[in-house]
Each structure stands twice: as structure tokens, then as C-alpha cells.
Design a protein around this ligand. Structure first.
Ligand SMILES: *[C@@H]1O[C@H](CO)[C@@H](O)[C@H](O)[C@H]1NC(C)=O
Length: 458
């Protein structure tokens, strides 16, 4: 291990409170464009400083050294799954769930091409369009946004009535952005399953942690057995579109195709259909929300406390060379400080697609979180909301206690005091058609999200 990093991983440092300052890992990347860390002086403007500070309470003794977690990292061999789900296995932890389908019957040729928006003229997409039209949910007549996020759409970005989360932080009652009770962490990983998901599953199993996985349909058809293993491991599976497209840029039909195909491959692989979704990049407005709800999918975003403070580790940007791992760990520390001041629990954005993100999760973020005092209650989102895993899927959901989204249910099932909020949620369709109620203050166009869409994954 790099001697400069030794104090971080040293067991003796577990109780140390002195921040550990690391050189910016990106200075080791030939192509990063970042100033070499050695040239930074006290005179450098804050934004150009290339050192980040953080304190970790605990580090995994087998963590990959931080100096190695860089964009140019060579691929490590992937870990075989500790256990593989078998066709016909019974998910006994979900009352009423069917036995596991046979993954060998899944053929990529039965699905749209991977990693591009699916065609909208197929028979099945026509059926989903029909279902949405008959759902009773009014889809607001809003123009798609231009690619490029808030900066490329200044007028729309400032239109509070559209409730575009990315640009204003606006949420509606049905959106899930946190867990109800303090110290609850709704653990989530996006964009998989991927080659390194097995490493994350191994660590989660070792620590008996369960997560919510927001699954990209294209990855699910590529790795259906990993998806089945996640599901049988009692993790929550939820929708993250077919091709990871920013949904506000898409037409209604395209959004229906993105969500519909992701629902379908998950149902085909697991036998059950998720009832939660996360919009890629958090890119959701009232049009995307309404279509999601009409398709039985409750939106789950991540916690945001101010325009410049969302609970986003930025871990996927290590792989792109945009964000050094030390910055990700500083982001994590900022999230921790913020989380301990909240009256609710929280949801953090992390990813399991790239090895760098998995390495920082299993080596640093999760060990640090597990050492936190007072302890966090780490759970899948559906569980932190006080529901059972059965309530994560359409077919097994208890429709009485957890009314489906399109019937006016969904969203946070309980207030922080445990009281039932279902009456508020029954009015959700009305809220959508009368978009006067904005639960988050309009904070104006800020730079924090600019550039999000500039980063193309896959
Ligand atoms: C809840 O309703 C859905 C239809 O929306 C149905 O498929 C499902 O079986 C119902 N849940 C239970 C536990 O009956």
C-alpha cells in the first residue's frame, strides 16, 4: 500500500480525528487535465485545489489502495458469484411470489438492442401506451427538454410549475427522497448488474446488509443470473430504464418504452414486476413523474438538502476520470455530516456498474458507515419505508396497506411519526393536474447539475 495512504487503512487510525489529506488521485491520470497536486499552493483558488480531506472511522482491511482507484485502473478479475440462483427456486421471503424463472430461456433477441432507446412502434409498446392512456393519470402536456440539462433549457429550468427536480430540487408528494426516521439509510446502487456487482454482493452478504438495486434493462438481459442472485439474496430490485437515457429529453412514447422494457426484462427474469423506479441522472419532471406513476412505478430520487448539497457521492465519475476517489470520500464525509442533522433518514446515490465505484463502496464507504456511532439502520428503500419486501413488487404488493401508485398510492407510506399518509397520496393525481403545490422551495438555476448530462456512460 502507498505509504502516503497507510494512515487511512491503519487500524490504529480508526479512532484518529485528524483529517487525512490525500493527493488528488486524478493527478496520477495522464489525461485528467487536473493540475498536478504538487504544484498546488495556499494561493490556489478553492475550486482549483486538488487535495480533499476526509476522516474515516474504519476501512476494510482488504480495501484496494486509494492510489489504485483511478480511471486508468486496469480491470481486476471479476469474482464469481458466491451463490447462483437456480431456476425454480422459491423466494420464500416474499409471500405469494412465483418460483424463479429459468434464466437460460431469456434471449437478447426478444428484447430491444442494448443501450439505445427502444423503438416505440412495436406491438408491445403500443399496448403499454394504451395502458397509460387508460390508467386514469393525466399526463401533463409538456415539451421534452433539450439534451444538456438545466443549462441547455434556461426557460424550462426556471419554470417551477414543471417541477423539474434536477434544476429546482422540486419534489411531489409521491416522490421518495428519504427514509422517514433519523439514522435510517435507504441503501441504493444504480446502473447494474455489472461485472463487479458480485464483489459488492459478497461484501453485503458478509455484513448482512440489504440494498435496493436500480437496474438498467440492458444490463439485466446481459447479466440475468446476477439479477436473480440479487433478488434471491433479498435485495430490492427496482427500475432504472432500458438504456439509461435522461427521461425529460424523451417523448411520452419513448419514456413508456424505456420504463416498459425495463419492467418486462425484470419480470421475465424474476417473475415479479418492480413498483419503484429511479430516473437516470435524477432527471424527472411532472411529465416523467406522471408516466412513471401511470406505469405503476413510484419515483425514488436521493436526498437533497440544498442546491449544492445532494446526497450524491459522484462515485461513477471516478471511472470517467472526472472525479478523484478522494473527492468521492470527501463527498461521503459531507453526506455524513449533513445526515446527522436531518430530522429524517436519507438516501444516497451510489453505483455498482464500474469497479472503481464498487471498490470505494466495499473498501471505504460501507466500512466507515458500519463503524458510525450512533449506528445507521441500513436497509433497502422499501424496508426503510416500513414495508415488507413483498410490497416492492406489483404481483405481491399488499394493495390494502400499500395502494399501488396508479390508484393514488405510492410515495412515502408513513410520516416520520408513523402516521398513515395514504390519504395525501390518494390525491396525487390531482396534484399532478394542478401543479401549484411544490413541496420544495424554488431555488433557481444553479450550477450544481450542469454537466451531469455531458457525461455519457456506455
Ligand atoms: C395487487 O394488485 C395487483 C394488480 O394491480 C395484483 O396483480 C396483485 O396480485 C395484488 N396483490 C395481491 C397481494 O393480491
Amino acid at each position: 500500500m502507498d505509504s502516503a495512504l497507510a494512515p487511512v487503512a491503519d487500524e490504529a487510525a480508526v479512532s484518529a480525528t485528524v483529517p487525512v489529506v490525500l493527493p488528488d488521485s486524478s493527478s496520477l491520470v495522464a489525461n485528467s487535465g487536473a493540475a498536478p497536486s504538487l504544484s498546488v499552493s495556499g494561493a490556489a483558488p478553492l475550486a482549483q485545489q486538488t487535495t480533499y480531506s476526509f476522516t474515516l472511522q474504519s476501512v476494510n482491511p482488504t480495501a484496494i489502495s486509494l492510489s489504485v482507484i483511478v480511471a486508468s485502473q486496469s480491470s481486476f478479475p471479476t469474482r464469481p458469484l458466491d451463490s447462483t440462483a437456480t431456476a425454480g427456486a422459491h423466494p420464500s421471503f416474499i409471500s405469494g411470489a412465483p418460483n424463479l424463472p429459468d434464466a437460460s430461456l431469456l434471449k437478447p433477441s426478444d428484447y430491444p438492442p442494448m443501450d439505445v432507446p427502444p423503438p416505440t412502434d412495436s406491438t408491445i409498446v403500443q399496448q403499454w401506451k394504451h395502458d397509460v392512456a387508460n390508467s386514469g393519470i393525466t399526463i401533463p402536456d409538456l415539451q421534452p427538454t433539450l439534451p444538456g440539462g438545466c443549462a441547455a433549457n434556461p426557460t424550462i429550468a426556471n419554470d417551477v410549475s414543471r417541477c423539474w427536480w434536477t434544476c429546482t430540487g422540486c419534489t411531489r408528494d409521491a416522490d421518495i427522497t428519504d427514509c422517514p426516521n433519523p439514522m435510517q439509510w435507504g441503501l441504493t446502487y444504480d446502473d447494474g448488474p455489472g461485472y463487479y456487482t458480485s464483489d459488492l454482493l459478497h461484501y453485503l452478504d458478509e455484513k448482512n446488509l440489504k440494498s435496493t438495486f436500480f437496474v438498467v434493462g440492458s444490463r439485466a438481459i446481459q447479466f440475468p443470473r446476477i439479477l436473480q442472485t440479487q433478488y434471491m439474496g433479498q435485495h430490492q430490485i427496482a427500475v432504472h430504464t432500458w438504456s439509461h437515457t435522461p427521461l425529460t429529453t424523451q417523448t411520452n412514447d419513448q419514456i413508456i418504452a424505456e420504463l416498459g422494457w425495463a419492467k418486462k426484462i425484470i419480470k421475465d427474469a424474476l417473475g415479479v414486476t418492480p413498483n419503484m423506479m429511479r430516473p437516470p441522472f435524477g432527471d424527472i419532471d411532472d411529465r416523467v413523474r406522471a408516466i412513471s406513476i401511470a406505469m405503476g412505478l413510484v419515483p425514488v430520487i436521493w436526498t437533497r438538502t440544498s442546491p449544492v448539497s445532494t446526497f450524491d457521492t459522484d462515485d461513477f465519475n471516478i471511472h470517467n476520470g472526472v472525479t478523484p476517489v478522494s473527492k468521492v470520500l470527501q463527498n461521503w464525509q459531507n453526506i455524513l455530516s449533513s445526515a446527522s442533522t436531518l430530522k429524517t433518514g436519507f438516501i444516497v446515490l451510489e453505483h455498482d456498474l464500474f469497479q472503481e465505484s464498487v471498490e470505494v463502496a466495499t473498501g471505504y464507504i460501507l466500512p466507515d458507515a458500519l463503524a458510525h456511532n450512533p449506528p445507521f439502520n441500513i436497509q433497502p428503500v422499501v424496508k426503510c419505508l416500513g414495508r415488507s419486501m413483498s410490497d416492492a413488487y406489483v404481483e405481491t404488493n399488499n394493495n390494502k396497506t400499500n395502494p399501488p401508485a396508479a390508484n393514488g398510492g405510492g410515495g412515502n407510506a408513513q410520516n416520520t411519526d408513523g402516521s398513515d399518509r395514504s390519504n395525501a397520496e390518494k390525491q396525487y393525481a390531482l396534484v399532478l393536474t394542478h401543479p401549484g403545490t411544490i413541496t420544495a422551495a424554488f431555488v433557481g438555476l444553479s450550477g450544481f447539475a450542469v454537466g451531469l448530462f455531458a457525461i455519457l456512460r456506455f
